[in-house]
Design a protein around this ligand. Structure first.
Ligand SMILES: [Zn+2]
Length: 318
């Protein structure tokens, strides 16, 4: 294996943005595998789900929203704590920023480290990073399990359906229209990042999403899924990746191999099936490291710092 540039520092190609109408009330802002933003337009207010990485990048979301409605953007929902999804929040000037209590706890515990780590990993995704205000993005409302908002007659449920991509994962669900915004619990034609994941729980959480029978789904990365068949494909692809990785890493751990050997074998096993998904080479070292941790001595994800990122990369790709 030849030496690879750290994480996505060599990824400099801008992506094409799509703003897709899913219903009278739901839109998806997607960008060929870059992080997505969901938009829900109620009778009296707009809700944004995941913000983009910087306020300057969020301005493009706001521009698209203003092409379809002049209602105020009152709510920002954070599907989880990752910096690439939350640091654009200030641009919307929302009345409230809503997250699960578990996500709030993760921001307290590791928000600063995550911010530094993510900006270092993927500079292109933090365009105009100087527009991010100092400090962190703090939720103003937290919930545990389930929270329902009524945007006039439109019911929006915020649900914790289990751990997966992180401990605090939240999905937004429109029961009247059967549209789901999954955050990074589901990806489509994009590699799931699992560096902060719970491999043991993620497949069941995907089954819990499937049990809602969504007809349309906005994944964390990749195109909006606009038929039940496409939703099924997105759920199945994400689940297969997580289960295939866990099986490969577990085989190596059982055989007593070290992390570097497990990484090389897991990469070789998964590359033929998933190597065409965006950010595959970026995610694999983080994902395998976390999976190896979970199967050995760390039930909860260890905190990634900019320094730990580099050390890990050097160990696996150096
Ligand atoms: Zn994430």
């Amino acid at each position: 294996m030849s030496t690879k540039a750290f994480a996505s520092q060599a990824d400099l190609q801008d992506k094409q943005v799509s703003f897709t109408r899913l219903s009278e009330h739901a839109y998806a802002y997607t960008a060929e595998g870059d992080p997505n933003t969901g938009v829900i337009i109620g009778d009296n207010a707009v809700m944004v789900i995941d913000t983009q990485a910087t306020p300057v990048m969020a301005q493009d979301v706001i521009r698209r929203i203003r092409e379809v409605t002049d209602k105020p953007i009152k709510y920002v929902v954070l599907s989880h704590y990752h910096a690439v999804r939350v640091l654009g929040a200030s641009a919307y000037q929302p009345e409230h920023i809503i997250a699960s209590q578990d996500t709030y706890d993760l921001i307290v515990e590791r928000g600063e480290q995550d911010k530094a780590s993510e900006i270092g990993r993927f500079p292109r995704l933090f365009r105009a990073v100087e527009s991010v205000p100092p400090g962190l993005t703090w939720p103003t409302i937290t919930f545990t399990g389930k929270m329902t908002l009524w945007l006039g007659k439109l019911e929006v449920q915020l649900l914790q359906l289990g751990r997966g991509h992180t401990k605090g994962d939240t999905v937004a669900w429109l029961p009247q229209e059967k549209i789901l915004f999954s955050g990074d619990l589901v990806e489509f034609d994009a590699t799931p990042y699992a560096g902060d994941a719970y491999f043991r729980d993620w497949p069941q959480t995907l089954d819990n999403i499937a049990a809602l029978k969504p007809e349309k789904l906005v994944p964390g990365r990749g195109a909006a899924l606009i038929t039940p068949e496409q939703v099924q494909q997105g759920l199945a692809g994400t689940k297969a990746f997580i289960e295939d990785m866990r099986a490969a890493v577990e085989a190596g751990v059982r055989a007593g191999k070290d992390l570097r050997a497990v990484y090389q074998e897991t990469y070789a096993r998964l590359q033929p099936k998933y190597g065409r998904w965006v950010i595959f080479d970026h995610c694999m070292p983080f994902d395998v490291t976390r999976c190896y941790d979970e199967l050995t001595q760390y039930p909860d994800p260890r905190i990634w710092t900019a320094e730990r990122d580099r050390q890990m990369w050097e160990t696996l790709e150096g």
